[in-house]
Ligand binder design. Sequence first.
Ligand code: URP
Ligand code: ZN
Ligand code: ZN
Length: 439
Amino acid sequence: MLIRNARLATPQGIYEVDILVEQGKISKIGKDIQTVGNQTVDASEYLVIPAAIDGHTHFHSRFLGAKEPIPTADDYSSGSEVALAGGITTYVNFIETSNMKEEIDLAKSTSKADFSFHLIVKNQKDIETIDEAFKLGVRSVKVFMAYRGSMMLSDDEIISAAEKVKKLNGVLAVHAENGDIIEYLRSKYGDKKEAIYHAITRPIETEEEAVNRFSAITYFTGVKSYVVHVSSPNSLDIIDNWRVKGNNIWAETCPHYLVFDTSFYERKDGYRFIMSPPLRDKEYVLSLLKKLEKVYTIGSDYSGYLSKYKDEVESYAEVPNGVASTEFLVPTVYTLALRGYTTIEHAVEMTSVNPAKLYGMVDKGFGIGKDADLVFLKKEKYRVKDWHGKMDHSIYEGVEFDVKVYKTYLRGELVYEDGEIKGGKGLQVNRIHDDGKVF
Ligand code: URP
Ligand code: ZN
Ligand code: ZN
């Protein structure tokens, strides 16, 4: 396939070029490429971007922080359709130690987008399964500093996980919130039930403290790491300061922290917007937007739960945590770029090039020889009315974007066009880490 007249966004700038795709890979980028027998696609109406890699999804998952496990709405099949419709060709999903092999096999047989996995470790016993997970192609592990009683690890246990991951040349991810302070605040506010108490009992300082503590652990253990779903601008500074000292630590944020604020918890349907860390006050959202250059990757943290699970609970403390941002990740980031909050170059880095580096995805990201995972965007204003997948509500309903995803190509194959999923057979992504080992 030859893509003609593309305005191609790259980490170095936007170039008017042709892109030659052979055997699913980008084989040539240049002016007026001449070929014989190739299907030609005219891209002159579009901005062509490297497809996004969403490093944070919970498809076919369950909320572990509640008394009863509650299922997420989308599985690998519908979740991957959501991804493709949003200009995402690769996602990294969280799995638990109990059914790693089954989940990987299920994704292999049903996912329409490419995929990989992070392992969630919830206790010392789980830490002992990290070797096994790495043999299955997993190269990243997530630990929790919150959700006391179900997933929270002690510092000692995090050190032990960090040592293990370091030895295997993987990457350690953290959910950074101080679980003990959150439990203290929850008991202090006793019988309060309203959604706003979710934010009141998880103040921004509980995130910042945990980010700093985790950074110290990773600094002294020397493991490569990142903090998922950063919602505090101050957390970005803390992570930056530790990296200046020599720590190989990075920050991921999510689209919802860049678009919404705590006013959503004052709404009647406020439970629907509960996720952890919570949405922050407007001043923090603005300050986070001003620090986007310190964000390394953007993950959607897809944790979509049907409205019946979100609405029919007695208190904020029982709501399954999460929203479904996947389809709106690319529109959010590129709209912010058009509105001057970041550059197109950094949008490409945060959504594609940096996640490929962080997760060691040798065939992904952007450049000659990489998978031809490309997305055609159009500058177009629209309000969100609908979405793909099985969710029956969305925090993005009514949000105005300036950028729309028109076509998504996965390894050179058109898999999404103008609202419609065209196909796609997802493969488990090869991952290599700093030791050079490929899985
Ligand atoms: O609220 C969230 N983020 N739910 C998903 C689980 C997690 O902590 O990533
Ligand atoms: Zn988390
Ligand atoms: Zn998550």
